[in-house]
Design a protein around this ligand. Sequence first.
Ligand code: SAM
Length: 294
Amino acid sequence: MNRIYNERHIPVLLKEVVDNLVWKPDGVYVDCTVGEGGHTRAIAERILETGGRVIGIDVDSEVLQIAERNLETYPNVQLFKFSYVDLPVLLNLLQVHSVDGLLVDLGVSTYQLKGEGRGFSFNQDEPLDMRMNLENELTAHHVVNTYPEDRLADIIYNYGEERFARRIARSIVNSRPINTTRELVEAIRRALPYKEIHSRKRHFATKTFQAIRIEVNKELENLAKFLSFAPDLLTPGGRLAIISFHSLEDRLVKHTFKNDPRLEPIGDFVAPSMEELAENPRSRSAKLRVAKRV
Ligand code: SAM
């Protein structure tokens, strides 16, 4: 990996995750979205002396290399390039029949956003990519340049909650070919009224970029699939902890936790404290929900 990257991902709701997830000191836990390994490390640390272990997976082979470095001193951590959608396959290969806790930290890692050349960020001018798994075929370039206008508008409206979705979709179609993140930002700019561009709290391209990223990585489909089998991987009393950053994701998690007879929600959701928000503004839309296998 030769990309320029001088940042560090700050794990969100770290103490809250570990306190709620780790209930069995010698348990087996899976961090389904290891990223740079912040949550994995804190879980591994908590159970290091008591015989517990963590299996960490991520689809991004580059971010996994960072995790490997960050976690090399933890003998109770094993890392794999795997999608959480295929977790049952991995557990089968490892002959692990059930686990005591599963963590999913949705959204995008700082490496993906700030690492050079991944095409996730409207602040850098790069080829449009946005794949978390670099082996997948679907890229942001394909979505932006080939999807019909109506489909693009629906994606931007649903996944981005962008009320100017139709205008943006039309502008994208009229601006094709769009090869770089900057060209996409300009297509979005041309669609929005002047006031919207200057009055929004976040960058005017945030919602559209988020929507395209969710589409490229099939984030909602993957989460829905995972939620359908995850309870069966847990031992009785096992915990399922999910951090979401988007109302559609949170709705899916909340609905599953409430209605799946295999699960019992533990409390309401947990949001970042004022201190965490001040230290890590990226945490502002995070919601942690935890459920227990009955
Ligand atoms: N908790 C991590 C930490 O403390 O560094 C950060 C996780 S980051 C918000 C989300 C991660 O999920 C990204 O690294 C991304 O590549 C990964 N990811 C996305 N979809 C995935 C999937 N289907 N299976 C496994 N990992 C996935």
